[in-house]
Design a protein around this ligand. Structure first.
Ligand SMILES: [Zn+2]
Length: 353
C-alpha cells in the first residue's frame, strides 16, 4: 500500500454530507458551515470552519475537528476506512442540504430498567458476524456462552443503523436518554464506531450499558469504548458502569478491568464471580456493587503489567483504598505467571494446556 497523498476537498465532502454552507463564504479560503455535531446551539448559524487549503474542519463551538475522511465518517456513521473508500470512489450523490438539529442537550441516561429494556430489544434485533464470533472463540469462549452473553455486531452502515432505530421505535421504545442513540437531521439513529457490542450487566442481569470492541483501532489502550452519543443532537452520555458476571451466589468475587475479560475468565473458571470495572479510573459504584453481592472474599485479578504500567499500578492502589478494607470481607491478590498479561489470558493458556 502506497502512502501517496490524495486530496479530498473538504467543501466537496461537506456537500456530500448534506451540510448547510454559508453562501457568502463560498469563495473564501475558509468556508463556513452549520455544525452537524452540535447544531450550533441554534439554527441558522455557522460555527464549523472548512479550511480549503488544508482540507480540515473545525467547529469553534463544540471543538469537533478533523479532515475530509473523518468528517464524512462521523456524519455518515462509517469507519474511517469505509469513508475513505466512498469518498475515493466518488459518484455524484449529493443529498439536499438540511439544517442540523439545534436541540442540543446533555441528557442524563434514563434509569436502569428502561435502558435495559431498550438495549435488550436492540440485541434481539442484531446479529453477530462470523468475524466477531471467531474473535470471541479465539479468546476461549464457547459458542453456547457467546450466545448466552449476547455479544452483537454494530450495524455497519448508516442505513442499517437508521433501520434499527426505526424498528426499536416501532416496538414502542423511546430512544431519548439511551446512550448511543441520537438524531441526525431529525431522524433517530445509532452512533458509534464499528465493532462488536459487549453487554455490561448488574448482578440481576439487567443491561447497564454497552461497550464496543472496536474493529479499527491499533492502540490497545483505546480498543474498547462505551456506546455513547454524548455531544450529539438528542444524544446521551454513558457512564462507566460496573459489570457483574458469573455465579452471583458465590461468596468470593474476583476484581478485574474490562467486561469481556471478566466474561472470559468467569467462563474458563467454572462461572467464578467477576466484578469488572470499566476502566482503571472508573471506580464509581464499585464499593456498592461489592457490598450488594454480599461476598466475604475479594480477590484482585488486575493485569500483570502493573509492575511496569504506572497507570494500572495507580488504579490498583485506588481500588484497594475503595474496597480493600471492607468489614466482613477478606482481600487478597491473585498471582499468576507474568507471562500472561490478563487473568483471561492465563486461564485460556491453562485450559489449552
Ligand atoms: Zn459544533
Amino acid at each position: 500500500m502506497g502512502r501517496d497523498y490524495k486530496k479530498i476537498p473538504i467543501v466537496d465532502t461537506a456537500h456530500r454530507c448534506g451540510l448547510v454552507l454559508n453562501p457568502r463564504t463560498l469563495t473564501r479560503g475558509e468556508v463556513e458551515a452549520s455544525c452537524p455535531f452540535c447544531g450550533d446551539h441554534g439554527a441558522g448559524k455557522y460555527h464549523l470552519f472548512l479550511n480549503t487549503s488544508t482540507d480540515q474542519y473545525r467547529c469553534v463551538l463544540c471543538g469537533a475537528q478533523g479532515n475530509s475522511v473523518t468528517l464524512y465518517a462521523r456524519v455518515m456513521g462509517l469507519s474511517n476506512r469505509e469513508a475513505f473508500q466512498e469518498l475515493e470512489e466518488g459518484g455524484n450523490v449529493y443529498p439536499m442540504p438540511k439544517q442540523p438539529d439545534s436541540q442540543y442537550t446533555e441528557a442524563a441516561p434514563r434509569k436502569l430498567s428502561e435502558r435495559s429494556e431498550v438495549y435488550s430489544t436492540m440485541l434481539d434485533l442484531l446479529t453477530l458476524s462470523d468475524r466477531h464470533k471467531e474473535n470471541l472463540i479465539g479468546r476461549g469462549l464457547s459458542e453456547e456462552r457467546i450466545e448466552q452473553n449476547q455479544y452483537r455486531s454494530m450495524p455497519e452502515t448508516e442505513k442499517g443503523r437508521r433501520l434499527l432505530a426505526d424498528l426499536l421505535r416501532s416496538c414502542g421504545c423511546d430512544l431519548s436518554g439511551i446512550p448511543g442513540f441520537r438524531t441526525r437531521y431529525g431522524e433517530w439513529t445509532l452512533a458509534g464506531p464499528s465493532g462488536f457490542l459487549i453487554p455490561v450487566r448488574n448482578k440481576e442481569g439487567l443491561i447497564q450499558g454497552l461497550k464496543i470492541r472496536l474493529d479499527d483501532e491499533a492502540d490497545p489502550e483505546r480498543k474498547y469504548r462505551w456506546l455513547s452519543s454524548r455531544d450529539m443532537p438528542n444524544g446521551t452520555r454513558s457512564y462507566s458502569w460496573i459489570h457483574v458476571t458469573g455465579d452471583t451466589a458465590s461468596r468470593r468475587a474476583y476484581l478485574t478491568e474490562g467486561p469481556l475479560k471478566g466474561d472470559v475468565a468467569s467462563f474458563l473458571d467454572n462461572d467464578a464471580l467477576f466484578v469488572c470495572i470499566g476502566g482503571v479510573n472508573a471506580l464509581h459504584g464499585l464499593k456498592e456493587t461489592v457490598l450488594n453481592l454480599g461476598v466475604t472474599e475479594l480477590v484482585e485479578a488486575m493485569d500483570m503489567d502493573q509492575t511496569t504500567n504506572p497507570h494500572v499500578r495507580n488504579a490498583i492502589l485506588a481500588i484497594r483504598k475503595e474496597v480493600g478494607h471492607l468489614p466482613n470481607s477478606k482481600y487478597s491478590k491473585y498471582v499468576w505467571s507474568p507471562a500472561y498479561k490478563g487473568v483471561d489470558d492465563y486461564y485460556h493458556a491453562r485450559a489449552a494446556a
